[in-house]
Every structure is written in C-alpha cells, then in structure tokens.
Design a protein around this ligand. Structure first.
Ligand SMILES: Cc1cc2nc3c(=O)[nH]c(=O)nc-3n(C[C@H](O)[C@H](O)[C@H](O)COP(=O)(O)OP(=O)(O)OC[C@H]3O[C@@H](n4cnc5c(N)ncnc54)[C@H](O)[C@@H]3O)c2cc1C
Length: 542
C-alpha cells in the first residue's frame, strides 16, 4: 500500500475492529472502538474522507442532551419518546428508539470529554413537527458542531470531501441567521483555516480518530464479509486482499441512493438526482444481505425536493440544488402538472416526500410529479434564490414570462387552472390564512422563510403579484436512504430469524433508521447516526 493512500499516525498491525465508511457513523464508531482500547482500521471506498456527512450542514438532532437544562432527565426522555411515538406510524421498534434517546446525552458527554468534537445548540430551531405531542416549537434539540480549525488535521486537511464553508448553521438563513458576516470575521476565519457545518464535524471526528490511533485508508473498497462458523471475522477488498478483525466489523457505508437497481427494488416512489456522494451504492447493504441480515424500513429515505442547476453548485459540482428556502419564503408556491397546489410547500422536506409519491388511481400516474415551483419577481428582488443574492440572476433552467397564461404554456400546465390557483393563493395571503394546506400555521413553516417576520404566517405567506413570473422544475430526491439491516440496541446486526450475526454491527444510513420514517428535526439523520455509531463501535470493541 502506498503511503499516500494511508491516513495514519500509527499503523495497526493486528486489527481488532474494521469499520467501513468514513461518514459520521463510521468515524464515530471507529473512534468509540479505539477509545475503548481496540486497534481499529477504517476503510473508505472514496478518494476523500467524510462521505455525504461532509456535504451536510452537520446539524445533529438529539432529543435529550446535557447542553440545555430543560432537555435533561426523566421528563425530557418521556417527551422525546412521546414525540417519536406519535409520528412513527407503527414503523419503529421501541428498544431501538429508546437506545437512540438514551444514548443521546451519553454521546454529547462522551464527545465533549473524550474527543475534539464540540456541539452547540442552534437556538430556536423548531422540531420538524413541533405541534405534535412532545414536539418543541422553541427548538433546543438541534445541535451543530463548533467551528473547527482544519490545521489540526495537519497534512490530512485537504483530504476531506466538499469545499470550505466558514459559517455556523446559526449564522446562515436556514439556522435563523442572516448569512452575512462582517468582512473582518470572514478574513479572520479564512486566515485561521476555520470551517463550520459538515466538514467541521468530519474534521473534528477525523482528528480525534487519528489521535486515538485509528488507521484510515481511503480508496479502499470492501466488498465481502468473511466468516468462520457463522461469525463475521473480517472483510475482503475489491482488489482481493483479505483483512481479519479479531473482534468485529462495523458497516457504515451510507445508503444505496446512488444504485439504480437497489433504488428500483426498494424505494416506495420516485427518487432521482441524490445530492450525496457518488460512492453510496449500497455495498454495505449487499454485504449484509449475503450473510442473511433481516432488513427493515426499506421503502424509506430521507426525502428532499431538488432542482437541477446547469452551472453546478457546491454539492459536489453535480448541479443538484436542495429546494428549501425557495419554497418557504413568501411569494412562492408549488404546483403539479394540473396547475394545482398539492401540499404545504413550507413543510419539512422529508415529509414532502409523501406528497411526491401520491399515485392518482385514475390516471395511474404520480399526481405531483412533474412539479413546478412558481416565484414572482418580488421574490427574486427581495430574496434572490438558488444561491443568487437579491435581484438574481436566476439559473438558466428557470422559465420566465410576463404573464401567468404564457408561463403555463411554457411549462405545459392548463393556463386557466394556473391563474385560478394563483388567484386563490393571493386571496388566502390577503386573508392571512392558507385554508387549503395550512401553510404558515406550524412554528416550523416560517423558520427557513423571511426571518424578519418570524414567528407568524407572514414569514412564509406572500402573494404572487409582481411580474414577470418564474417556474422552476422540482423533482423528488433523497439525502440518503434510511432502510437496511435490522440492528439491536447496540448496533448488532440481526439475521432473518432474529438472531445476532456475531461480529457484525451497523450504523448510519446503511442500516434501518431507529426513528423509522421520522425526521424529528434538523439533524434528524446525523443524530441517530452518531448515537448508534458510538454504541456500535463500543460493542464491537468489547
Ligand atoms: C446537502 C446536504 C445537507 C445535509 N445536511 C444534513 C444535516 O445538517 N443534518 C443531518 O442530520 N443530515 C443532513 N444531511 C444528510 C446526511 O448528510 C446523511 O444522512 C449522513 O451524512 C449519513 O451519514 P453516514 O455516515 O451514514 O453516511 P456517509 O456520510 O454518506 O458515509 C458513508 C461512507 O461510506 C463509504 N463507503 C461506501 N461503500 C463502501 C465500501 N464498500 N467500503 C468502504 N467505504 C464505503 C462512502 O464512500 C462514504 O464515504 C444532508 C445531506 C446533504 C446532501
């Protein structure tokens, strides 16, 4: 092996634990195992470290934690379980939900005491279903990593997925901030090599892994689990090399969103253009299936509406833009091919997946795909959108017309229906109430909207009355899939008969999410990934 393909301080000669994947779940599992005395090797298929986690905002939803007095103790635990239970639709297992909730405060304490990761509350960020029993309108459960000095990674600082973003979530418009920092702060952070968001989380975890003696090997793809007498004893790599693990193997290979066959086999509805890393092709799922793992939650993913941008953007330069603020800010609505609104546009992105998967029994077509986001010029002048500042310019994929009838023809929807829809919407805005889909009623709805009008429906309700009008095609996508091998409370993989597959653990998007189809709040995927990763790493080291 060439030294450039190895990220290490010490080279592990006899391996106790092998971890597959260098996203949040894999890094924390490797770190937990190493801190508990195991000799750990972490294998990463991609050229760079961090997986989709490095592209992410790094927000971590932990329903119970020690950073807020009101989120500790018996009552906080009961509220968390009530909340996740109210939303579960019977798709979760109590022992796994409890493992996540009970592991949450433990994770924060352990990270702060034993690692370089520091988490802080994103103040005010409401849960994604805050009015449900146990939900929180005033936030407190969404945490984010502190800014991290990449220099602490030494020569490994340029081996992370993604590009530098030198902000805290709390400073960005999605976290309640303005997105604008004083020039001296920007210059200071640039000079200090300080970063925030997903790369800060990955950076701090990687630095801690290196400090703990974990050997990290990028460009190393595991393809097969090796076994003796039913027990998983190691892995075989794509180049044929075999590596033995004395104590266990942890799967943390992310989801299967980039594999068309697996997507076709399992997901419940349309999903295209996933914005995460290209290497998440379900390798871990296939490895687990080969050793007889039971599967759960397979139709589910962390859904998100996206649009394709021609010029490329920060998410890996693959030109996929997450449509979040653009459908939440005032002066925008979404319509389907019939020119009709079909959902509360400002609802959380994961829940909107359900609307995109609605099948019309008469036409036997998906009722809300294709879908268009409509904006008026007032939106563009005030907010910009798609990465552009107020005033634009909008991407070239956006269709524009001075009147709604002309725009309807351009996007092939009935013009009378579109005009009627906009007229109805404008009347609802004037009345201050969306009687059709209740947009603006939840404390979550306006949070990512116009913060100068938050709280209140004005943060998300606004008329479309300033021409020209703009239409943006929106498709149903996913941040990652959320189904996979069933695990027990310590991340141990269970087989189709419910028995433990000895020596095999899993965490993160490769496995069935402990919260089922529930995205509890901002950070709803990374929270469970970190907690279950920590528990799996500890268990593998035992
Ligand atoms: C733009 C964006 C923003 C997001 N923001 C947030 C947020 O703020 N909060 C939140 O909770 N979620 C967020 N998400 C979702 C979140 O990033 C993912 O759900 C999470 O990172 C999954 O973590 P993971 O460790 O399971 O997988 P990943 O981080 O994807 O890591 C999996 C790794 O496994 C590697 N791998 C795959 N196969 C193999 C193999 N055979 N051998 C070795 N390695 C392998 C992959 O290359 C990859 O590096 C966001 C997603 C996107 C795209």
């Amino acid at each position: 092996m060439s030294s450039t393909s190895l990220i290490t301080i010490t080279t592990v000669t006899r391996i106790d634990v092998i971890v597959l994947g260098s996203g949040a779940a894999g890094l924390v599992a490797a770190l937990a195992a190493a801190r508990d005395g195991a000799r750990v090797v972490l294998l990463e298929k991609g050229d760079l470290i961090g997986g989709t986690t490095a592209y992410s905002s790094g927000v971590v939803w932990l329903p119970v934690h020690p950073l807020r007095a009101d989120l500790q103790g018996h009552d906080a635990r009961a509220e968390a379980l009530r909340y996740l239970g109210a939303l579960s639709h019977g798709m979760t297992r109590p022992e796994r939900v409890e493992a996540f909730v009970d592991g949450s405060p433990d994770l924060v304490r352990w990270l702060h005491e034993r690692t370089q990761v520091r988490l802080r509350v994103v103040e005010g960020f409401p849960d994604y279903h805050p009015e449900e029993p146990g939900g929180r309108c005033g936030g407190g459960r969404s945490l984010e990593p502190d800014l991290f000095e990449m220099g602490r990674l030494g020569v490994h600082a340029d081996r992370l997925v993604g590009t530098p973003r030198r902000m805290l979530v709390a400073e960005t418009p999605t976290g309640g901030g303005s997105g604008i920092l004083p020039p001296e702060v920007v210059a200071q952070r640039q000079q200090a090599g300080v970063e925030g968001l997903g790369r800060a989380l990955v950076g701090a975890l990687l630095a801690s892994c290196l400090e703990a003696g974990v050997e990290v090997r990028p460009r190393t793809r595991a393809t097969v689990l090796t076994r003796r007498n039913g027990r998983v004893t190691g892995v075989r790599l794509a180049d044929g090399e075999a590596l033995a693990a004395a104590r266990g193997v942890v799967l943390a290979t992310g989801g299967f969103e980039q594999d068309r066959d697996l997507v076709r086999a399992f997901l419940r509805g349309p999903m295209s253009d996933p914005p995460g890393v290209a290497t998440n092709t379900g390798d871990g799922l296939r490895m687990a299936m080969r050793v007889g793992a039971a599967l759960e939650n397979m139709r589910e993913a962390w859904w998100v509406p996206v649009t394709r941008l021609p010029e490329g953007d920060s998410y890996g330069g693959r030109g996929v833009h997450l449509v979040l603020r653009e459908r939440t800010l005032p002066r925008s609505i979404m319509v389907n091919g019939q020119g009709r609104r079909f959902a509360n546009e400002a609802a959380n992105y994961n829940a909107l997946g359900g609307a995109f998967h609605q099948l019309d029994p008469t036409s036997f077509g998906y009722a809300n795909q294709p879908c268009w986001l409509l904006l008026d010029q007032g939106f563009v002048d005030r907010y910009g959108g798609f990465g552009a500042p107020p005033g634009g310019p909008l991407p070239s994929t956006v269709r524009n017309c001075s009147d709604l009838a002309g725009l309807a023809r351009m996007i092939d929807v009935p013009s009378d229906a579109l005009e009627e829809t906009v007229d109805r919407w404008n009347r609802a805005v004037a009345a201050g109430r969306d009687g059709d889909f209740r947009r603006g009623e939840s404390a979550y709805d306006g949070w990512c909207g116009d913060q100068t009008r938050y709280p209140g429906p004005g943060a998300t309700l606004g008329p479309l009355d300033e021409p020209p009008f703009h239409a943006v095609p929106v498709v149903s996508s996913a941040l990652g899939t959320s189904g996979g091998p069933t695990t027990g409370p310590d991340g141990e993989v269970l087989d189709v008969d419910g028995n433990v597959v000895e020596g095999l653990y899993a965490a993160g998007n490769v496995t069935a999410a402990p919260t089922g189809m529930v995205y509890g709040g901002a950070g709803g995927t990374l929270g469970p990934a970190l907690v279950m990763g920590m528990l799996a790493g500890r268990a593998a080291a035992r």
